[in-house]
Design a protein around this ligand. Structure first.
Ligand code: 3PG
Ligand code: MG
Length: 394
């Protein structure tokens, strides 16, 4: 990866820095819910403030589909940013046009303004060059810190880089450096703990990592699909209808000498909301029940594999961790990754639900790196080029 970072930008004092962050945070009753992405943006923001930049912040929120929709306004995010930065953060209700440009020019050195949701304009997702040029009118240089949106080729994540000197922010840099430890000469054994609903969503991750890892430990709904592909009856469990992708991954794993660890015991219930019926069974005892977590023997076996690893990627929960009766598998796996990390392993959490599970179950702080990226991290792990990163490399 060859791009300039904020440290290469020279003296930013008095310059207008057009900063793309991923402030796509969940809102609850008009206020910010989980603020992980706000916290992750603070390093770059504080640095710019301390170095006297006039910082103009761009972000999207949700998927308003190119229309103004108050439900997706970034205004509550400005308030939370101001609290976290302990300094006022202005707000302009459009990201382009005279009011936006005037606000960028009126900023004092070290001050901040957040512009309204870039996705209120259909040109954003279309990566329209005229729109990118209008965004660029509010900056003297451009900094992309929005790793979580780096898999989108949009005007504010990619197109605008053609109009201004472009740099990566500290979060972008840290994310890519952490992920590079998984793909560039990882220390072996390298193990991927992977879960989530469907194999179909993660075929690319499997195929890319099969050339790199020594083993996968597999949980979540996707484990059921692999079991079914091996002819094991999984009752009413969630699984992909099409078993072909799982079958082909199983073949490729054998060809490449990669071990795919699958559950030997499982936690089942009579239905998704029949928690009282939760029980541990061996694979031949699933019957008409539904698998909702890996079982304790499986969790211990997975933990042993992970304890011996030197590089680990955690890419999805082992079960329905949101519900107490089905948390144990993900917790045991998470604790094993934490212990391996304390013993010197590199551990990276990212893609989909993995980070949420790590935070919820309290093992996030023990990891080497927890990515703010869902889709972006998945696409990185699939070996794809991220357009937001590529735009910085031009
Ligand atoms: C995300 O949360 O996945 C990123 O912010 C990107 O959002 P998107 O999936 O709506 O493009
Ligand atoms: Mg997404």
């Amino acid at each position: 990866m060859h791009f300039k970072t904020l440290r290469d930008a020279g003296d930013v004092r008095g310059k207008r820095v057009l900063l793309r962050e991923d402030l796509n945070v969940p809102l609850k009753d008009g206020a910010v819910g989980d603020e992980t992405r706000i916290i992750a943006a603070l390093e770059t923001l504080r640095w710019l403030g301390a170095h006297g930049a006039k910082t103009v912040i761009l972000s999207h929120l949700g998927r308003p589909d190119g229309k103004v929709d108050p439900k997706y306004s970034l205004r509550p995010v400005a308030a939370r940013l101001a609290e976290r930065l302990a300094t006022p953060v202005g707000f302009v209700d459009d990201c382009i046009g005279p009011a936006a440009v005037a606000a960028s020019r009126a900023l004092a050195d070290g001050a901040f303004v957040l512009f309204e949701n870039v996705r209120f304009h259909p040109e954003e997702e279309a990566d329209d060059d005229g729109f990118a040029a209008k965004l660029a009118e509010s900056g003297d240089l451009y900094v992309n810190d929005a790793f979580g949106t780096a898999h989108r080729a949009h005007a504010s994540t990619a197109g605008v880089a053609a109009h201004l000197p472009a740099y990566a922010g500290f979060l972008m840099e840290a994310e890519l450096a952490a992920l590079a430890r998984l793909t560039e000469n990882p220390v072996h054994p390298f193990v991927c703990a992977i879960g989530g609903a469907k194999v179909a969503d993660k075929v690319g991750v499997f195929e890319h990592l099969l050339d790199r890892v020594d083993a996968f430990v597999i949980g979540g709904g996707m484990a059921n699909t692999f079991l079914a592909a091996q002819g094991i009856a999984v009752g009413t469990s969630l699984r992909d209808k099409d078993l072909a992708p799982a079958t082909s991954i199983l073949h490729h794993a054998v060809e490449r000498g990669v071990t795919l660890h699958l559950p030997a015991d499982v936690v089942v219930a009579d239905a998704f909301d029949a928690d009282a019926s939760a029980r541990v069974v061996l694979l031949n005892g699933v019957g008409n029940a539904m698998i909702l977590d890996i079982g304790p023997d499986t969790a211990r076996a997975y933990a042993n594999v992970l304890l011996g690893a030197k590089t680990i990627v955690f890419n999805g929960p082992m079960g329905v961790y949101e519900k107490k009766p089905y948390q144990a598998g993900t917790r045991t796996v998470g604790e094993a990754i934490a212990a391996a990390t304390r013993a010197g392993a590199v551990s990276v959490v990212g893609g989909g639900d993995a980070a949420a599970a790590a935070h919820e179950l309290g093992f996030a702080d023990a990891m080497t790196h927890v990515s703010t990226g869902g889709g972006a991290t998945l696409e990185f792990l699939e070996g794809k080029t991220l357009p937001g990163v590529a735009a910085l490399e031009r």
